[in-house]
Design a protein around this ligand. Sequence first.
Ligand code: ADP
Ligand code: MG
Length: 208
Amino acid sequence: MINITSLAHIYEQGRRIAFPDWEIADMEHWLLLGASGSGKSTLLNIIAGLLKPSQGQVFIHDTNLYTLPARRMDQFRGKNIGIVFQRPHLIQSLNVLDNLELAAVMAGVPIDSEHNLALLNDLGIADKAQNYPAQLSQGQLQRVSVARALVNKPDLLIADEPTSSLDDVNAAQVTEMLTTQARANGASLVIATHDQRVCKYITKTYLL
Ligand code: ADP
Ligand code: MG
C-alpha cells in the first residue's frame, strides 16, 4: 500500500540523505532503525506528506503523494495518516476530547464521538476525556497522542521515537498500544526508534 522509490533529500547546506526503496503492505508493522542523525524523522516526515523530498516518489495506495496540491495533501494526510510525535503536540487550551475532535475537523472528517470515546477507553484514559493536557502525566499524554493519531481511522500509523522520554513501564505500554491499535484499526504501522525496548514487539525492520 505504501511505496517509496528512489527517494533522497538534501537540506539546505546539508548532506544528501538517500533512502532505500521500501514497500509497506497493508497492516504490516515495521521498525525504522538508524543512528541519531541518520534521517529517520526526515523519512517519516516525507512519508507523512510533511516534507517534499528533493528526489523520488511516495505512493500511498495509488496516490503519488507529492503530486497533490497543498490543500488536498493536508486532507489526504488527515484522513489516511496518523502521526505520533516524539513529544505530544496537543492544544493546551482544549480538553482531551476536544483535541481529538479537532483532528477530525482539520481533516474534514465527520466527528465520531463514539469512536473517540472508545479509543480513550481502549487506551485506559476514558476518565481524562474532560481534562486539559497540563493535568496529565507524560505517559497519559502519549496515550492521548496515540488516540488522536487514530481518530480518523488512518491506513497508516506513524510514530517517531514514541518511547524515548518514557520509563520502562510506559514505554512497554505505549508500544503495545501502538501495535494493538494498529491491528484493531486495520492500519499499517511504522515506528522509528533506536530504543531496544521497542524491538521485541516488531520483526520487520528497515535500516538507515
Ligand atoms: P534522525 O531522526 O534519524 O535523528 P533526522 O532526520 O532528524 O535524523 O536528521 C537527518 C540529518 O538531517 C541530520 O544530519 C540533521 O542534522 C539534518 N537535518 C534534520 N532536519 C534538518 C533541517 N530542518 N534543516 C537542516 N538539516 C536538518
Ligand atoms: Mg528523529
